[in-house]
Design a binder for this molecule. Sequence first.
Ligand SMILES: Cc1ncc(COP(=O)(O)O)c(C=O)c1O
Length: 400
Amino acid sequence: MKDLSRKSFQTRAVHAGERVPAADYTPVTTPIYPSVGYLYESMDDMDAVFAGTKQGYVYTRYASPTVSAFEAAAASLEGADAAQAFSSGMAAIHVSLLAAGVKAGTAVVAALDLYGATFTLLLNLLAPMGVDIRLVNAADLKEVETAIRESRAVLLFVETISNPLLKVADVPSLADIAHRQGASLLVDNTFASPYLFNPLQHGADYAIHSATKYLAGHGDVLAGVVAASVENKNKLCELNKLVGGVLGPFEAWLALRGLKTLPLRMRQQCQNARQVAEWLKAHLRISKVNYPGLPDHPQHELAAQLFEGRGCGGVLSFEINRADKATVYRFMESLTVFLPATTLGDIYSLILHPATSSHRSLTAEERARIGISDGLVRLSTGIEAVEDMLSDLDQALGNI
Ligand SMILES: Cc1ncc(COP(=O)(O)O)c(C=O)c1O
């Protein structure tokens, strides 16, 4: 509506100030574009955008400018040709499984120790729909190869650093094994983040993130993103148009802003986690510490090689000697620097009891099979001063 001057008050209230011609300036940071629809000079232009022969946006469930900016940044950090954003890490995982060919009658091989909701998605949602789920020890390459061959799996799913036991996946070898058998490799790279590792550069087909964690980094946005080839990104995009797990523009803007400090945060968080892991290891009340940066971790060498000395991430887990759930809860309640909140990868230091939170949906037998005891505690180190973390842990351990 070009000339509003002769229109009624009611019509002007709706249209005044909108759709100003493209501005002749470039904002330093990407604006938030909340518009759901987009206009073109002619219907032919719009038709061309729908057909994909002209660049542009038609509807925000398909794509939108702020989300595209976040996708471009995530693709760049992952060294990938493209990326697809999602409304959460779980939406990213679910759609990636579909894009890689999961449907009734197919098989999936996955690491036994995975984030609880991924485990539940595979076993409680996909298995009853007719997907054959084989869980393996991903550190045993022979076992992985046999499972893929015998089940004719369409894909192998692993976490670069597993939640919550901190096992490290040998992504280059797993990519070779999967591809030899005609399967895709899907890697949940949430714990490592692109700061430590780029799965696609080591043969993986999909690098998946809960961007809620390190990528966004501030505990204020739920988001997911998958880095992939252009062909796989297009598959993810077409599927997500139907699934609708779309990232909102405001959330994309927060995630994009968070990404900018990823290297600074990760450097500090890796350093803090290593010092906390070493301190806990020497403490009499602690019976076990899981952290790839410790020399006695089973994949310590592999982690050093894959992450090229940049660190081993900001998450670690440990067991308090002979502690039951009540003792662990008392310990968690005594902490003041570590916040007992159900997430990780934030600038804040966080503590979580996997058995009753991230892995609560598993049965006690399933948790025992994976190695998640009632005494296991997971820490995510923030960017605070490490001495404050250590004195906090010291006073809380003294309280139990
Ligand atoms: C390793 C890992 N992958 C995926 C997810 C799911 O991400 P979101 O909570 O963003 O859906 C999580 C959540 O904690 C996670 O830890």
